[in-house]
Write a protein that binds this ligand. Structure first.
Ligand SMILES: *Cc1c(COP(=O)(O)O)cnc(C)c1O
Length: 461
């Protein structure tokens, strides 16, 4: 073993700190216990000329993490939509870091390329999506939306006789961009990055759960003419968890020869559950999908997937070629062909590990448990007459309002955040303040739900 390369003491130190951190994450307050000023005071040492001792740095970071992190790795974090990390995916992530592979092209790391090929196949099988689809392993759903919509841009313009990769958008046939009023903000940013501009967007009205209204979509499509058209639907509203009527939307998309993209950051995983599959009925009829692995699959940040049925359009929108790259022309996967990044970490490895460890029934169980926990939250909280559940709990999201008042709701959220038993945040739903509960972690048990619901009720005041 070459001591020059491996610093065993240092890696052991990091491992011990990580293990201790995770062992304690259940019982510490979920919210960070340090202010920004305290974090700066702890970490903002003068940058030295000579550099510092490595162990000192690890100790310093680990020390700050004890109180400076949000306990998202623990079982009672219900804010935003943030999963934890199942142990095997964390361990695989450590290996990927130790190997320090450049997962850009096959030649630079055959294992990273092969693992992503396999993970691609497993993913398409598990989610039962068209097996010929291209899959790009990206940093999260923002980049998954971007990547899939780049494929969409290429596909719809090619059908209109325009090569956008060569000609850009100046002079291109205008593209109709249709999204619902509840589309996630990352759809808007993706369209901006793709050069479309926000003014081009046509918005479709939504129903009381935040679902795109198919009848309203029909009207918008009528007003569009027959130019190239991209429709962005959603599986899993960030507030309610609601899923657009995808089968109806897909039929309309087909009628109008439009490209249907589905943002399924967390909702796409419902397809892995026999119990929840009907919630995303028709999702397989889309042309592209974006999802996250770091949310519901519970792999470490940062990890998401872009899936595009027309793999030729996907590839054409992302591919890179340069003489020095020694790209393969045959069967080997060069990841630069499927993602915006050039050099990148081997983020398919923790995804591979998670899928292989969980198997089909493990993923199904993960999804079903989170959904059952969300229903339990709604049941316990909803039984209290100070509480109103604002949404149909179809997946893992619950929207809660207290004493019918914005003030009481905001005050309850603030108290819960200070209390430390759990952490969650607020939102505005149909003009009303609401508490948003998202159950996305593999580590959450029914006991955690009961304890958290009791803490929330204690904080209503
Ligand atoms: C979280 C989320 C995104 C963005 O995903 P990131 O992983 O944060 O980039 C997009 N759409 C929906 C519906 C989401 O829930």
């Amino acid at each position: 073993m070459s001591k020059r390369i491996v610093d065993e003491n240092l890696l052991t130190l990091a491992r011990d700190h990580a293990t201790r951190y995770l062992a304690g994450v259940d019982e510490r307050p979920v919210a960070p216990q340090m202010t920004r000023a305290e974090l700066i005071a702890a970490l903002n040492v003068p940058l030295t000329d000579a550099g510092e001792d490595a162990a000192t740095i690890i100790e310093s970071l680990a020390g700050a993490a004890e109180r400076g992190t949000m306990a998202t790795a623990g079982p009672r974090f219900f804010g935003f939509v943030i999963g934890g990390s199942i142990p095997v995916s964390l361990a695989a992530d450590w290996l990927a870091s130790a190997w320090d592979q450049n997962a850009g092209i096959y030649v630079a790391s055959p294992i990273a390329s092969v693992v992503e090929d396999i993970a691609r196949e497993w993913l398409l099988e598990l989610l039962d999506l068209p097996r010929e689809s291209g899959v790009g392993f990206v940093t999260g759903c923002q980049m998954a939306n971007f990547t899939a919509l780049a494929g969409a841009r290429h596909g719809v313009l090619r059908r209109a006789g325009w090569n956008v990769e060569e000609g850009g958008l100046y002079g291109a046939p205008p593209v109709n961009l249709i999204l619902s009023a509840e589309a996630h903000v990352t759809i808007h940013t993706s369209l901006r990055y793709l050069g479309f501009g926000l003014r081009a967007i046509r918005e479709v009205a939504t129903d009381e759960q935040g679902r795109m209204r198919a009848d309203a979509l029909r009207e918008v499509l009528k007003s569009c003419g027959d130019g190239p058209t991209i429709i962005c639907a959603q599986a899993g509203n960030v507030n309610t968890g609601a899923v657009d009527p995808l089968r109806d939307i897909a039929a309309l998309a087909r009628e109008h020869n439009a490209w249907l993209h589905v943002d399924g950051a967390f909702g796409l995983w419902a397809r892995a559950s026999r119990d929840r599959r009907s919630v995303v009925d028709g999702i397989e009829l889309a042309d592209s999908w974006a999802t996250d692995a770091h949310k519901w699959l519970n792999v470490p940040y940062d990890s998401g997937m872009a899936i595009v049925r027309d793999s030729a359009s996907h590839r054409a929108s992302m591919t890179v070629s340069a003489a020095y790259l020694e790209q393969t022309t045959g069967v080997e996967r060069d990841q630069v062909d499927w993602v915006p990044e050039f050099s990148r970490r081997a983020r398919g490895i923790p995804v591979y590990a998670a899928l292989r460890a969980l198997g089909r029934s493990g993923v199904e169980d993960l999804v079903d448990r989170c959904c059952a926990h969300a229903r339990k939250f709604a049941e316990i909280l909803g039984a209290d007459d100070r509480v109103q559940i604002l949404n149909d709990v179809v997946l893992n999201q619950v929207l809660v309002r207290f004493r019918g008042s914005d003030e009481a709701t905001r005050e309850t959220i603030a108290r819960v955040q200070r209390d430390g038993t759990l952490w969650l945040a607020g939102t505005t739903w149909h003009g009303m303040a609401a508490m948003r509960i998202s159950v996305s972690s593999w580590a959450t048990t029914e006991e955690d739900v009961k304890r958290s619901a009791a803490a929330i009720l204690r904080c209503v005041g």
